[in-house]
Design a protein around this ligand. Structure first.
Ligand SMILES: Nc1nc2c(ncn2[C@@H]2O[C@H](COP(=O)(O)OP(=O)(O)OP(=O)(O)O)[C@@H](O)[C@H]2O)c(=O)[nH]1
Ligand SMILES: [Mg+2]
Length: 380
């Protein structure tokens, strides 16, 4: 009799514990999933935020699209001006076709700042210059100076932009480049196993001067989405024109991965701009010039693009298993930790400007983020 009672009590206890766990789990799931986007300048963080707005909220209204027009025009002018300006700065220099020299001088005379008015004369000059063989050559060598990644997209679309009734397309909205200088947050709700889960995603600026602000958003973060522009391997930083951009991306990731403040956060790396990386590798650009260790990496892989992207994933996994930094350079207040759970690291290859790609990847990572959050509560 006594024994039976004991058994019932045990079962009761177990069921009570289970109830508590479920309740706890539900509470945890009711809690907001906070994701912080990090990475160096121009890695694609704000583009991911725009995709969340397209995929999980209401996209862009007509009003929001119209508001972007001045910014898009600024991207056009910055692109053509930068190309022209650098023609005689790069070594060896490039030259315009002689028939287009006057047009080139006309644009340069307007100066670096975006003109007040975009006249027909302006649009037709840009159109002719963009098809000039010297400009094409300069564009191919744009890793030798600082050109925004949206240049080709907007210069290709100059006809559409010159239409007085022009309204930006969703792609135009995704390509339009603005440097982030303030921290912003986007909120959305998505269904998960019969419940609605709230997500808060934070966007920050990635340039050197912006990184000291990151610490202010570390608290309560369940997951860090770290963006690295994989195509950056042959470019230098806009901030100093010297440091290799991809190396800076790996360095900043190392600092974040090992910092105590975000020790328990899940870390998801997006090796972004795969479209540009593929184009560069297939056009013969060589990774080993910038990363000598690439020479001996997986010589069995015959597809050069696959070999390049796998090398970058390998570098990330190496950082997570060995390269512990002495301190976090750009955030001296942040401690380095010994105890990072490297099983909380996930690496994806992405194209942030491609909505269907981001949709697929986000679908994967949302499960991971929720699982990590439950894991941190000791539930799984
Ligand atoms: N082709 C291509 N362009 C991309 C991709 N991801 C981002 N871009 C473009 O790269 C530029 C920079 O992207 P942003 O999202 O502004 O970069 P960010 O990380 O927010 O940069 P900061 O705010 O300076 O830290 C924009 O013009 C984007 O459209 C990609 O996967 N492929
Ligand atoms: Mg940004």
């Amino acid at each position: 009799m006594l024994c039976r009672n004991k058994k019932i009590n045990k079962e009761k206890e177990r069921s009570k514990a289970l109830d508590a766990t479920l309740k706890n789990e539900k509470k945890k799931l009711d809690r907001v999933q906070q994701i912080l986007l990090l990475g160096t300048g121009e890695a694609g963080k704000t583009t991911i935020i725009k995709q969340m707005k397209i995929i999980h909220i209401n996209g862009f209204s007509e009003e929001e699209k119209k508001e972007k027009i001045p910014n898009i025009k600024q991207n056009v002018h910055e692109s053509i001006y930068t190309l022209l300006y650098n023609m005689n700065k790069i070594n060896p220099p490039t030259t315009l076709e002689s028939k287009n020299c006057g047009l080139g001088e006309y644009i340069l005379r307007l100066g670096e700042a975006t003109p007040q008015e975009f006249t027909d004369e302006y649009y037709s000059a840009v159109k002719v210059l963009w098809s000039d063989s010297g400009i094409k050559e300069t564009f191919k060598r744009s890793n030798e100076f600082q050109l925004i990644d949206s240049a080709a997209h907007f210069l290709d679309r100059i006809d559409a932009l010159s239409n007085p009734n022009y309204i930006p397309t969703v792609q135009d909205m995704l390509y339009c480049r603005t440097m982030t200088v303030a921290i912003s947050k986007i909120e959305f709700t998505i269904p998960y196993k019969g419940q609605m889960i709230d997500f808060w995603m934070y966007d920050v600026g990635g340039q050197r001067g912006e990184r000291k602000k990151w610490i202010s958003v570390f608290e309560g973060i369940g997951a860090i989405l770290f963006l690295i522009a994989a195509s950056d391997f042959d470019q230098t930083l806009r901030e100093d024109g010297v440091t290799n951009r991809l190396k800076e991306g790996f360095k900043v990731f190392t600092d974040i991965f090992w910092s105590r403040f975000v020790r328990n956060a899940g870390k998801i790396v997006f090796l972004n701009k795969q479209d540009i990386l593929k184009r560069k590798i297939e056009s013969g650009k060589r990774l080993e010039i910038y990363f000598p260790e690439y020479e001996n990496y997986d010589k069995m892989e015959t597809n050069p693009y696959h070999r390049a992207k796998n090398f970058m994933r390998h570098t990330i996994l190496e950082i997570a298993s060995s390269k512990k930094p002495e301190s976090v350079e750009f955030m001296p207040d942040v401690d380095i930790t010994q105890n990072v759970k490297s099983e909380l690291l996930f690496v994806h290859f992405t194209i942030a400007t491609d909505t269907s790609n981001v949709k697929l990847v986000f679908n994967d990572i949302k499960d991971i983020i929720i699982a990590i959050n439950l894991g941190n509560s000791g539930l799984i």
